[in-house]
Ligand binder design. Structure first.
Ligand SMILES: NC(=O)c1ccc[n+]([C@@H]2O[C@H](COP(=O)([O-])OP(=O)(O)OC[C@H]3O[C@@H](n4cnc5c(N)ncnc54)[C@H](OP(=O)(O)O)[C@@H]3O)[C@@H](O)[C@H]2O)c1
Length: 366
């Protein structure tokens, strides 16, 4: 018998729509038989928007409650876990309220405005015995699992360099300055919005590599280009050194003014390369190149691995939440709290070096 898992959704924007569409797909289409997701309620700043969302993305299901506030979702006894799809700088307050109301939380990336806010939430979640996870969907996709097996089977050796970029042309000259990607009060800019994706590949390829033994980077450097439009970062480049147990570097970048290159991530080893195709948040393929001998650069074997599934790709993270909560876990073993903290600490340091300060009052904990 499949376990029914009941969600409360807060916000009705693009990502909440994408998440709910996936949530309500028949899990058998991805060979999942132990979990069935249900939406118990949807909260929006406007009850009309919540109802329109239910009509459009949940076929008008009369069992789903439409609320004109997020607080009503947190208070809904039918909700087991809350999905937070608001802009980044609201995540801390929204997640805190959900945890205080006794709900497990799946929170969109960037998890919070800074690492201090995240640590405060994790402390609260622990005190309340509640599950908390950053919605790092890419980590749960089948391609990532397959790539990790190859990256860690020893044939390529230890990783030496990772290059990864996620960019997107947001046409910033022609969108309102209040758009969340441009508004510093909503944590606008490339780093917090797109940065989690180059970071997930740094985590998979370097941080999670068995030879790294879960050591955090020993050095972080960052350089930020700000747009004169609103002062948010339009392009950001940062590097991470992993030298405690590896001799490896990640060279990462994100921009809101042009598309990603393709391949958009490359993991380089003495014995070959892994090339990951764009978009790196949901790649559909990667290619492994093997050299004839270590360090030669002569590719003698190339293997392309292609993946497809039904849906947008967000359902895999939802399955993880349902399974973890059902098993009484407080964090995922796949994308645990250590990884979310690593991301936020890197973003804090890159913003510090690049002198990108969020406006007064945006960050709630320091
Ligand atoms: N995982 C992914 O693939 C992915 C992709 C895109 C974005 N994201 C993340 O998801 C979050 C939201 O992104 P999005 O693209 O869905 O944004 P969006 O379309 O602008 O939606 C954000 C929603 O948040 C709510 N909201 C509450 N206070 C708001 C405020 N002051 N200004 C604007 N919206 C407010 C609104 O819903 P109501 O009006 O219903 O309250 C709004 O529709 C961001 O943290 C982003 O980084 C993740």
């Amino acid at each position: 018998m499949a376990t029914e898992f009941r969600w409360g959704i807060i916000s009705t924007g693009w990502i909440a729509q994408s998440f709910v569409k996936d949530l309500l797909l028949d899990p058998k289409t991805r060979d999942v038989h132990d979990i069935v997701h249900k939406v118990a309620s949807v909260g929006s700043r406007s009850v009309q928007s919540a109802q329109t969302f239910i009509d459009k993305y949940a076929a008008g299901d009369k069992n789903i409650k439409a609320f004109g506030s997020y607080a009503e979702v947190f208070a809904d006894p039918d909700v087991q876990a809350v999905y937070i799809g608001t802009p980044h700088t609201l995540h801390y307050e929204n997640a805190r309220e959900a945890l205080l109301a006794g709900k497990h939380v799946l929170c969109e990336k960037a998890t919070t405005s800074n690492a201090a806010e995240l640590k405060d939430l994790l402390k609260l979640a622990k005190e309340k015995n509640l599950f908390f996870m950053e919605a790092m969907w890419t980590r749960f996709q089948p391609l990532t699992k397959a790539l990790k097996e190859i990256a860690e089977d020893g044939k390529l050796g230890d990783p030496v360099v990772l290059h990864a970029d996620l960019s997107g042309d947001f046409d910033i000259e022609n969108i309102p300055k209040t758009h969340r990607i441009l508004d510093p009060r909503l944590g606008g800019g490339a780093l917090l919005d797109l940065g989690p994706y180059p970071m997930i590949w740094a985590v998979v390829a370097l941080y999670e590599h068995p030879s790294n033994k879960k050591a955090y980077p020993t050095k972080i450097t960052g350089s930020i280009l700000k747009t004169p439009l609103t002062g948010v970062d339009s392009s950001t480049t940062w590097t991470l050194n992993f030298t405690e147990n590896l001799r490896a570097q990640a060279i990462l970048s994100a921009s809101i003014t042009l598309p990603s290159p393709n391949p958009a991530a490359t993991i380089r080893y003495r014995n070959g390369n892994i090339l990951i195709n764009a978009p790196i948040y949901k790649p559909s393929s990667f290619t492994v190149q093997y050299f004839d001998k270590p360090g030669s650069g002569n590719v003698v074997k190339e293997e392309k691995h292609v993946f497809s599934f039904v849906g947008g790709g967000w359902h895999f993270e939802a399955d993880e939440v349902a399974r973890c909560v059902t098993a009484g876990k407080l964090e995922s073993e796949v994308w645990g709290h250590d990884k979310s903290i690593l991301l936020m600490e890197v973003f804090d340091e890159v913003r510090r070096q690049g002198e990108y300060k969020l406006p007064e009052g945006v960050e709630k904990v320091f």
